[in-house]
Design a protein around this ligand. Structure first.
Ligand code: ZN
Length: 345
């Protein structure tokens, strides 16, 4: 039987990941074992690869990394009900506690004791992943493994985009990384009027325009005000989604919002950034921090939208066999890719 598996592990406290063989995890009574088919490489994985300050103080050396995955259930713990061997699935990578106030109120995504697979706990860059059955999200036939492998970041995009009502609204997204681009596709899908996405990386803006019907703006070359004029917008954007973590982008967003506008923030600014709070107060702007995905409401909505025509396939720009993972990480680190998917066979 299986007792040995391939993994991508953080074996040493230095730049890189290493292809290593590890024992297949044992399944507890409330867990399932998933045979991994495809995984997505996340920006988080790049931080771990680079072994920056955040990674060095967060990730234990030796950890199996990765948290974006799709696969098939091959083993089931004895307490598990409602799942079957052979079931295709993805899953929520945040392992929640059940004790906190928010968790007991059913707001699982706000549990402060959350631990992440591939960050704090053994991850999905492996031939087999042990996961609590609670975290499993079965995949319908219409969602194939490579889309299944990017539901985690699509979930970030959906959670951010659905933070505020977008129907008939003008939406500004700052940061055309894969999540910003997918958020644009979601905004379009649910009925926003204009969706404008900004970046200073032209490759990413070009990708955004290939994935969805969006107005890409290179703010290094083009003035956002002129774009608003061309779209015949009079008072600014109704909803903003900050996806870049850039202070300049947030300032620009606040500057271009309507009075009483609403901003959802997923981008993580480096350290303490100066913010012009008086501008935010006088414009009566609401800002919401977004973390992870709503468990499991975001998953429900995202799968429903995918079944109903939401198409984000083109955000996947590169596919590699896991043995060629170095090429995958290289293209991610170049900043010239969309999502990169690894194939585990
Ligand atoms: Zn991710």
């Amino acid at each position: 039987m299986r007792n040995d598996m391939k993994t991508l592990a953080k074996s040493k406290p230095e730049v890189g990941l290493w292809l290593e063989h590890r024992p297949v995890p044992e399944v507890g009574p409330d867990d399932v074992l998933i045979r991994i088919r495809k995984t997505g490489i996340c920006g988080t994985d790049i931080h771990i690869w680079n072994w920056d300050d955040w990674a060095a103080k967060t990730v234990p050396v030796g950890l199996v990394t990765g948290h974006e995955f799709a696969g098939e259930i091959v083993e089931i713990g004895r307490n598990v009900e409602g799942l079957a061997i052979g079931q295709r699935c993805s899953g929520e990578g945040h392992l929640i506690g059940k004790q906190s106030r928010q968790s007991r109120a059913g707001k699982f995504h706000l549990d402060p004791a959350t631990r992440g697979i591939g960050v704090n706990e053994q991850g999905a860059f492996a031939e087999y992943l042990r996961l609590p059955a609670f975290n499993v999200v079965p995949l319908p036939d219409e969602i194939d493994d490579e889309i299944g492998a990017i539901l985690d970041p699509l979930g970030n995009a959906v959670h951010t985009a659905l933070s505020f009502d977008l129907v008939g609204e003008d939406v500004l997204i700052t940061g055309a990384g894969p999540i910003g681009i997918m958020a644009a596709a979601v905004a379009r899908h649910v009925g926003a009027r204009h969706v404008v996405i900004t970046d200073i990386n032209q490759d990413r803006l070009d990708l955004a325009a290939r994935v969805t019907d969006v107005v890409p703006v290179n703010v290094a070359k083009q003035d956002l005000r002129e774009v608003e004029g061309a779209l015949r917008m009079k008072e600014g954007f109704d909803v903003g989604m900050e996806m870049s973590g850039s202070q300049v982008a947030l300032d620009q967003m606040v500057e271009n919002m309507v009075m009483g506008g609403r901003i959802a923030m997923l981008g993580i600014p480096p350290g303490k950034s100066p913010v012009d709070w008086s501008r935010i107060v006088f414009k009566a702007i609401t800002i919401k921090g977004v973390y992870g995905r709503e468990i499991f409401e975001t998953w429900y909505k995202m799968i429903a939208m995918l079944e109903n025509g939401l198409d984000v396939r083109r955000v996947i720009t590169h596919r590699f066999k896991v043995d060629d993972f170095r090429d995958g990480f290289e293209v991610m680190r170049s900043g010239k890719s969309g999502k990169v998917v690894l194939d585990w066979g």
